[in-house]
Design a protein around this ligand. Sequence first.
Ligand SMILES: C[S@@+](CC[C@H](N)C(=O)[O-])C[C@H]1O[C@@H](n2cnc3c(N)ncnc32)[C@H](O)[C@@H]1O
Length: 129
Amino acid sequence: MVVEPRDDAYGQLLVAALEGEDVVEIVERQDGFISASAMGPKLYLAPFRRWPSHHRRAIRYAKGRVLDAGAGAGRVSLHLQERGHDVAIDNSPGAIDVCRRRGARDARVLAFDAADVMALARSVVGGHS
Ligand SMILES: C[S@@+](CC[C@H](N)C(=O)[O-])C[C@H]1O[C@@H](n2cnc3c(N)ncnc32)[C@H](O)[C@@H]1O
């Protein structure tokens, strides 16, 4: 489900971070775990050279066309679009606004559900077998 702009806390966090505000991300999980971090928003906007090393290693496996599902501020899309095709989707209008303002060429407000992701994964794996 696409998030309504007035409920888009994550998108508002990204817009504020993009505009230079000091922001803190508070995560509250259904199991009661709560965390507060100023590092999360910095990572979401980080250029490739500032990613954790395991993220940099993992992205080497991305080949061909890529759907960046849950793109956030678009750091993965921005990196991959330099190497070819990429489409960024996110159910947060604020996140997609940030993706576009940072230069993502194809960024769309769109929600996925787990079944969509599994079907896509099956079609990709099927295409290579
Ligand atoms: C933790 S952020 C990760 C952002 C980005 N992938 C990164 O690594 O910097 C997760 C993103 O997934 C998006 N998201 C979560 N559920 C979604 C859904 N059902 N459909 C589309 N986007 C979704 C959120 O809005 C958020 O931008």
